[in-house]
Design a protein around this ligand. Structure first.
Ligand code: UD2
Ligand code: MN
Length: 576
């Protein structure tokens, strides 16, 4: 499951301080479909300049235009837009600027209609309207943004308007989290002036996405709240399957399948129901995707049925407004970005609710590889959020997270109110959650050793150091001076003889020693530690783990306890 495509898509912003390059943005014209008028587009496998003139300025006319015309426009039906390799210099500059400001290809987005069509990603099972209750509750849709690109924000809103039954939407609440891009000022109000459903709320200062969502919730009146990121596209029939689950049980929190909108071409890649993933997390409190576990598959007759998910990705979900309030909405002490998704997931399960992914509901999202906006300077925002989360919800298990950050909690503010909330709600324990909702998660306390793995050769100051990022899963595992701060030097030896980093295992198949998704069948992932000789003996090869003289490479050698370079010290080793 480590290799699921979704995995790569979640950026982890290491320094918690996103760079931002606030280049002045050219004011946009009123109707965005007009942007395409002068554009040169190379659609895939199509000759240049193939596209028809864009539809008329009036928004409504776009919908009425004959389908045949529309389908030739760039990006229609979710198709990719590929720019020519040899771009004229000013076009190249515009493309680069778009990337700098947004961390996705804004230039390409601007070529695509804000009403573009998408393929219908639904399983046949989903299209039977008898599956859904006829009296569904209304939802308000809350979309928070901080310096979002104009065409992307508008496409998000239009995808809701164009593909939701109007009687199911109360308001669309756009929350501006103190953007300073000029197109997000009066121009936005002007644009939506003729859309009574759309309301714009402006935050008085930069709040971060969590408090911005709370601000939006204050304006919500419908029985259900639906949150979306500001770079999404809702697909056909996305809403009814979500609302249906809440109509049946108001403590069910639901997420659509998040389809990937390519950051470069804006291609809409949808995932059919057999490829659905559920959410998990690791002990760094980072969200991760996993294949639907067997125990969950057994509950279903059809892969399109809603599946239980231990956690949610965070940005896209619907929740009963009163249930959200009962759960204490979000912790308003969370800043800017991160951790709120796990907070809501844990308490949903622990305090009497259910969290599901609904394969019939599809919403695309542009996954970015870096955060384009400014975070807070001088504070590790993500760590502060995660410490609050761990302190309030994880009981004794919080220590496994704290070990990953060298036991240094920093200043995380006051959490007494949140603890009281948990008490008042009489929520279940975190152990109950792990045992019943996420039994797949490896518990560090079940390890025979945890912490650094130090080599005793050449001075004895070198530690096993994990390659970073899921992308590097197949890169050789490295070496680095021991730093005692956990992080990439935090390893666990499991009772089953795996050297683990959460769900990935040290693996040797004859070439490099790499990290690979744990498979639980020993072989290339089976290691035996001999406390007296200090050798780390590998199962399938019979060799021993060692380091080279340069202290920068792991090697596998014939076992020989007289070589210090084969000696290892495992932190907190306890074989009893
Ligand atoms: C994911 C979630 C995101 C959120 C985050 C963890 C998905 C698809 N996305 O990250 O919703 O749960 O994990 O916190 O599940 N924004 C503000 N103010 C800020 C920063 C961001 O309003 O200070 C807006 C931003 O414009 C966007 C939304 O919040 O609409 C989420 O931010 P993101 O897209 O940078 O987060 P993402 O998708 O990497
Ligand atoms: Mn996002």
């Amino acid at each position: 499951s480590e290799e699921e495509p979704g995995n790569d898509s979640f950026a982890v912003y290491d320094n918690a301080i996103g760079e931002s390059n606030r280049v002045k943005v050219k004011p946009r014209q009123q109707d965005d479909d007009s942007l395409r008028q002068n554009a040169v587009v190379h659609a895939v496998e199509k000759p240049v300049h193939k596209q028809k003139p864009p539809p008329k300025e009036d928004d409504k006319s776009v919908l009425d235009a004959p389908v045949a015309n529309l389908n030739d426009n760039p990006g229609e039906l979710g198709k990719p837009v590929i720019l020519p390799k040899d771009m004229p210099i000013d076009m190249k500059k515009a493309v680069d600027d778009g990337w700098t400001k947004n961390a996705f290809n804004q230039y390409v987005s601007d070529l695509i209609s804000v009403h573009r069509s998408l393929p219908d990603p639904r399983d046949a099972w989903c299209k039977d309207s008898a599956r859904y209750l006829s009296n569904l509750p209304k939802t308000d849709v809350i979309i928070c943004f901080h310096n979002e690109a104009w065409s992307v924000l508008l496409r998000t809103v239009h995808s809701v308007l164009d593909r939701s039954p109007p009687e199911l939407i109360g308001q669309i609440i756009l929350v501006d989290d103190y953007s300073d891009m000029p197109h997000l000022k009066k121009q936005l109000e002007d644009y939506f002036a003729s859309y009574p459903m759309v309301q714009i709320v402006r935050g008085p200062q930069r709040e971060g996405l969590i408090r911005a969502r709370l601000l939006g919730a204050k304006y919500a009146k419908s029985p259900v709240i639906t949150y979306l990121d500001s770079h999404c596209e809702c697909a056909e029939g996305w809403l009814e399957p979500l609302l249906d689950r809440i109509a049946r049980n108001s403590t069910t929190v639901v997420c659509p399948v998040i389809d990937v909108i390519d950051d470069t071409t804006l291609e809409f890649h949808y995932r059919d129901s057999s490829g659905v993933n559920v959410g998990g997390f690791d002990w760094n409190l980072q969200f991760s995707w996993h294949a639907v576990p067997e125990r969950e598959k057994r509950r279903h007759n059809n892969t399109a049925e809603p599946v239980y998910s231990p956690t949610m990705a965070g940005g896209l979900f619907s929740i009963d407004r009163e249930f959200f309030e009962r759960l204490g909405t979000y912790d308003s002490g969370f800043d800017i970005w991160g951790g709120e998704n796990l907070e809501l997931s844990f308490k949903t399960w622990m305090c009497g609710g259910t969290l599901e992914i609904v394969p019939c509901s599809h919403v695309g999202h542009i996954f970015r590889k870096r955060s384009p906006y400014k975070w807070r300077t001088g504070v590790n925002v993500l760590k502060k959020n995660s410490v609050r989360l761990a302190e309030v919800w994880m009981d004794d298990y919080s220590k496994y997270y704290l070990q990953r950050i060298g036991m240094d909690k920093g200043d995380y503010g006051d959490v007494s109110e949140r603890k009281k909330l948990r008490e008042d709600l009489q929520c279940k324990s975190f152990k109950w959650y792990l045992d019943n909702i996420y039994p797949e998660l490896f518990i560090p306390g079940d390890a025979v050793a945890n912490g650094e793995i130090r080599n005793l050769g050449y001075g004895g100051r070198t530690c096993l150091d994990s390659p970073t990022g899921k992308r590097n899963m197949k890169k050789p595992v490295g070496l680095y001076p021991c730093h005692k701060q956990g992080g990439n030097q935090y390893w666990m030896l499991s009772k089953a003889g795996e050297i683990r980093r959460d769900q990935s295992c040290l693996d040797y198949a004859g070439k490099d020693v790499i990290l690979f998704g744990c498979h639980g069948s020993k072989g290339n992932q089976f290691w035996t530690y001999h406390e007296n000789t200090k050798l780390l003996h590998h199962g399938s090869s019979g060799k021993c783990l060692a380091i080279n003289e340069g202290k920068d490479k792991l090697i596998m050698e014939e076992c020989d306890a007289s070589h210090l370079r084969q000696h290892w010290l495992l932190e907190n080793y306890d074989s009893s």
